[in-house]
Design a protein around this ligand. Structure first.
Ligand code: GUN
Length: 193
């Protein structure tokens, strides 16, 4: 086992090879993955199509005590990201009842979330309502509508969708990031870790 060398911690933060060899930082803590690749393979999908969140949190995750702390570390990492990175994160989300959903191209997590809210069971009229709202929302804000839909019905979601369309862009940007954090916490809980 390597000895603890504080002067290497900064290097671990920025260099994937070094981070993979940072086993000396693990103790009997929550994080069980001894190297970066295993950690990212386990948590890379917590933020939709954005494994950089898990990558950036690997070293900090070595000291977390439980899943709630891990969720907070992930959320703080996203919180520190710049506007463009946050925008890309929002845009990484597929439309609800959108083309990706219809053609079976959703991530497992997104597919399960949409199905849990019955979005895969839309009537023709509801499906058309989603398409209309998706188009209006993206036209107004330049990113997709994101909502943590687990526990909501299609009617709840369509009502929230129509209501949020009245907001301004900054409010919706912040709402989307908040919803993404809720989704991430639920994904972590669902992952049973
Ligand atoms: N809410 C939960 N999952 C998703 C998703 O994949 N896309 C969007 N737009 N909202 C979600």
């Amino acid at each position: 086992m390597m000895s603890f060398r504080p002067e290497l911690i900064g290097q671990c933060l920025y260099d994937r090879t070094w981070a993979n060899n940072c086993n000396f930082m693990s103790s009997e803590k929550y994080r069980k993955e001894p190297n970066l690749d295993e950690f990212v393979s386990r948590y890379g999908g917590i933020y939709e199509h954005s494994p950089w969140v898990a990558e950036d949190c690997f070293v900090a995750a070595a000291s977390v005590e439980d899943i709630h702390e891990l969720a907070t570390i992930f959320a703080n990492c996203v919180g520190r990201a710049g506007h463009e990175r946050k925008l890309a994160l929002i845009r990484a989300h597929p439309d609800l009842a959108g083309k990706a959903a219809m053609s079976g191209e959703l991530t497992e997590e997104s597919g399960a979330e949409q199905a849990s809210a019955g979005i895969d069971q839309c009537t023709k009229a509801e499906y058309e309502q989603f398409q209309e709202l998706n188009a209006q929302y993206k036209d107004k804000f330049g990113f997709p509508f994101v909502m943590a839909v687990r526990g909501s019905s299609r009617q709840d979601i369509l009502a929230a969708f129509a209501s949020r369309l009245n907001n301004d862009k900054q409010t919706e940007f912040e709402a989307a990031i908040n919803e993404i954090h809720k989704i991430a916490r639920m994904r972590l809980q669902e992952s049973g870790t």
